[in-house]
Write a protein that binds this ligand. Structure first.
Ligand code: FES
Length: 252
């Protein structure tokens, strides 16, 4: 069981949550996730997946960023420090190390694994962080950012940062980019995939899928790839650009 250390508000409905989980903190790589089991008293049968935002092998702590979207996440972010939680992980395949001239592309809560990736390297890099509107573009916790990371904020309605989408900004920057690392909504990933392929830039995409088991047993998270169906929880969540077959409608 892992001890909840602290929970702190980052935005209207977004919280940082830190657990003492030494065995996970030592092994976790950017892009991997954990499954959290709720204490039996809450009556939830299935564990819930959360991307790891930071893992500190020295302190033994892992940090998640949690958006409140229902009763389960509401309970989690308002739980008392010291409460004990069953956490399984780290799970899945993560990102490769950052290459020079990397561009990180994060849509909404997709910023969580991207921040872990940025924090795992000392290389200078740029990160596009986008959302529909300012209220979804929460303040990134100081402990999850670092010097040498340039953050370009963008909102679709222009209420914060540059007006436009992450993909709009990516199109402008792609000629200077050596590799792409992205996480966010599926239509954003489909567009990133298409642009990277057309530009001949290598890249990796972390998919956000609903997961029931997290360990490859239920087949509830499969996606089509050029080599047949693969499980996001075990064969991903990170896939190479060109590997996943996105719907035609989201490729336009
Ligand atoms: Fe069960 Fe992926 S969540 S196989």
């Amino acid at each position: 069981m892992c001890r909840l250390q602290k929970s702190y508000r980052l935005g209207r409905d977004i919280f940082g949550v830190t657990f003492l989980a030494p065995e996970i903190a030592i092994r976790a790589n950017p892009g991997q996730f954990v499954m959290i089991n709720y204490p039996a008293l809450y009556g939830f049968m299935l564990p819930r997946p959360f991307s790891v935002g930071k893992a500190d092998p020295v302190s033994g702590e892992i940090t998640l960023i949690v958006k409140v979207i229902g009763r389960g996440t509401e309970i989690l972010v308002h739980s008392d420090p010291g409460s004990k939680w069953g956490i399984l992980g780290p799970l899945g395949k993560g990102f490769p190390d950052l290459y020079p001239d990397s561009l990180l592309v994060a849509g909404g809560m997709g910023v969580v694994p991207i921040l872990f990736l940025a924090g795992s390297s000392r290389k200078p890099c740029r990160m596009i962080f986008g959302a529909r509107t300012a209220s979804e573009l929460f303040s990134l916790p100081h402990e999850l950012t670092r010097s040498g990371l340039t953050i370009i904020e963008t909102t679709e309605d222009g209420t914060r940062g540059i007006k436009g989408t992450t993909v709009d900004i990516m199109k402008q920057l792609i000629p200077e980019v050596g590799s792409i690392y992205a996480c966010g909504p599926r239509d954003m990933l489909a567009a990133v995939d298409k642009i990277a392929l057309q530009a001949g830039v290598k890249g990796w995409l972390a998919l956000e899928e609903l997961m029931a088991c997290g360990v490859g047993a239920c087949l509830g998270c499969v996606v089509a790839t050029g080599e047949g169906y693969k499980r996001v929880c075990q064969d991903g969540p990170v896939f190479e650009v060109g590997e996943v077959v996105f719907d035609d409608c989201s490729r336009s």
